[in-house]
Design a protein around this ligand. Structure first.
Ligand code: GDP
Ligand code: MG
Length: 164
């Protein structure tokens, strides 16, 4: 069967926006117990000569830092358990936050291939300097993208399929 790629990251970094722009067709929605954060949406993506299944992990609207962190840990654990490659998404506008660092540690310890993606880089010339701080996560080169403007997506996908 096809490799599985999961997108994880803080709420509102743009995971679903990326998912929607990459997916040709949505193949299924898996809902677990209402109120918990386990809804998963799967799509088929083809890039160059490679196809894979992309998973978007949804979530409730968190209202505290504790809930955000526990939700991110849960997403990351799902990704570690099920994915071949994990795309860890951060947000250049929010900058590097504590929960990013905690989840990055968890992903690093898993020894799964991780592609670090920095979203909302809507203007590469202006915002690239802000991307460099994400090197501090210690999980590799940050790949700048703008999911809304569809910038950097080819380079991101190239990086993802290298791991298959
Ligand atoms: P998720 O919670 O991680 O799934 O985030 P969403 O995909 O729902 O996006 C959260 C918000 O960020 C929405 O208002 C999006 O329109 C916005 N957003 C997503 N991608 C970008 C981007 O590349 N640039 C900017 N400026 N906003 C974005
Ligand atoms: Mg979402």
């Amino acid at each position: 069967s096809k490799p599985i790629v999961a997108v994880v990251g803080r709420p509102n970094v743009g995971k679903s926006t990326l998912f929607n722009c990459l997916c040709g067709q949505q193949i299924s929605i898996v809902k677990d117990t209402p109120g918990v954060t386990r809804d998963r949406i799967y799509a088929e993506v083809t890039w160059l000569d490679k196809s894979f299944t992309l998973i978007d992990t949804g979530g409730i609207e968190p209202d505290s830092k504790d809930i955000i962190l526990s939700q991110m840990r849960e997403q990351a654990q799902i990704a570690i358990d099920t994915a071949d490659v994990i795309v860890f998404m951060t947000d250049v506008k929010q900058g590097l936050v504590d929960s990013d660092a905690k989840v990055a540690d968890m992903l690093r310890r898993s020894h799964k291939p991780v592609v670090l993606c920095v979203n909302k880089v809507d203007n590469f010339d202006k915002l690239m300097p802000d991307v460099y701080e994400f090197y501090n996560l210690g999980i590799g080169d940050p790949m700048p993208i703008s999911a809304i403007s569809k910038l950097g997506l080819g380079d991101l996908l190239d990086e993802v399929i290298k791991h298959f």
